[in-house]
Design a protein around this ligand. Structure first.
Ligand code: DGY
Length: 423
């Protein structure tokens, strides 16, 4: 039996091994670049033993910010032929080679946490502040549908192949996509990755964006894929609250941020689907809700808009699996317990759900989720994701964000003051 102490040491070692100098890769081989929210999780892991390195991780990410404010989802610091699609396909237009889409904007929240853990880092947090405001403004300008935040590619949400995209993807005919060779399935078995059908559409949307020079105004008009999403809406809402709190402390004018918070609170409600008793995605093109309860649905508490309406869905789903939170409701016909975002458990999402539950006063549920996640990782290590039936590891191994949330949240030895306040 692997002990908690041994896992602590292993988690630190994973962060060291995946460190490429100023930024961290999610894992060797499968994801050889800097990913946006992976890096932000890495920072909270580094905060356990190296505060300077924690700040640096977010500074490196923000140095890839585009002139229009967007912070890309992948930054291609050093070319690696083991990953597809690379910079030649994306044709990003920022200061560093990058993808052309963003990712869940959790950074402002994590910057506030780093500052709480390291008050001496205030100058670094203040230097990041205007960049974070610019990034949030990009979302509110280009991705705002009545206060709900839309994505123009599933990869933006991080939940690449969850069943929420099946409806909007069925309406896309991926014409004109050049022949391509996937690299992901050379690293991970096919059954744990998206299908070819999904990849054809992923690449169609990348091509559409790249050919427009990533012109958001143009894409907003022409893209067939424009879907309001709980991951983006809830993380941006939470991050904007944290950004406004920091700004207030520093005497900044935060009226614009407060207006965004009000808009997003209203927008979050448009994602509520009474048919499933949870928030889900809303396809702006067709007007249809996906009808899928996902682990992202349970970020409502983290965003400060979760209310007791959501508890029934949460409690039902958690009794149906040994390890929660499954990325797709096990009752949904599209549930596949080993396929990436169609069922597996993601520890880093659990960390945010547990914190949100605790902040909303649902302490028993927060502790139960923390305990089961700790057990899952202690037994099975730091995989990318886990099978909800038995915790079997799946996807990439030696994964940065899994190791990071072990250190920051799940390990009773090393967890930080943010989670320790509740759990
Ligand atoms: C991938 O390549 O699977 C990534 O999730 C894209 O961001």
């Amino acid at each position: 039996m692997t002990t908690i102490d041994a896992r602590d040491a292993e988690a630190r070692q994973i962060l060291r091994t995946n460190d490429r100098g100023g930024y961290t890769v999610p894992t060797h081989g499968l994801y050889p670049y800097q990913w946006n929210w992976d890096s932000v999780f890495a920072a909270i892991g580094f905060a356990e033993h190296d505060m300077g390195r924690a700040w640096q991780e977010i500074e490196t990410l923000m140095s890839a910010q585009w002139p229009n404010g967007m912070v890309p989802h992948i930054v291609f610091h050093q070319i690696d032929p083991g990953y597809f699609p690379g910079p030649d396909v994306w044709r990003g237009v920022g200061p560093v080679p990058s993808s052309g889409i963003s990712q869940p904007p959790i950074a402002a929240t994590f910057v506030r946490w780093l500052l709480a853990l390291d008050p001496g880092g205030e100058a670094r947090a203040r230097a990041l502040y205007p960049r974070l405001v610019e990034w949030h403004r990009w979302f509110m300008t280009w991705r705002n549908e009545g206060g709900a935040i839309v994505v123009t590619h599933p990869w933006e949400t991080g939940r690449d192949n969850c069943p929420d995209w099946d409806g909007p993807f069925a309406a896309i005919e991926p014409e004109g996509v050049d022949q391509y060779y996937r690299r992901d399935t050379t690293h991970v078995v096919e059954e744990e990755r998206p299908r070819r059908w999904d990849y054809d559409r992923y690449l169609y949307l990348v091509k559409l964006g790249a050919e427009s020079g990533w012109d958001e105004a143009h894409l907003g008009r022409v893209t067939p894929f424009r879907v309001a999403d709980p991951t983006m809406t809830f993380t941006l809402l939470r991050s904007t609250r944290d950004l406004a709190a920091m700004g207030r402390d520093w005497g900044e004018d935060v009226s614009e941020l407060e207006a965004w918070i009000g808009q997003m609170e209203a927008g979050a409600e448009t994602l509520w689907n009474p048919a499933i008793g949870a928030h889900d995605t809303l396809d702006i093109r067709s007007g249809a809700h996906s009808g899928v309860v996902s682990n992202a649905s349970f970020l409502a508490w983290y965003a400060g808009v979760g209310d007791d309406r959501l508890l029934a869905a949460y409690d039902r789903i958690m009794t149906e699996v040994r390890y929660g939170v499954p990325s797709t409701d096990p009752h949904h016909p599209a549930y596949e317990p080993k396929r990436y975002w169609r069922g597996p458990v993601w520890a880093m999402l659990n960390a945010l759900v547990a914190l949100g539950l605790a902040e909303a006063g649902h302490l028993d549920r927060a502790r139960a989720l923390t305990d089961s996640s700790r057990e899952m990782m202690r037994e099975n290590g730091f995989a990318e994701y886990f099978d909800p039936r038995d915790g079997a590891p799946a996807g990439g191994r030696n994964f940065t964000w899994t190791a990071a949330v072990w250190l920051a949240w799940a390990s009773p030895n090393t967890r930080n003051a943010i989670w320790a306040a509740y759990i």
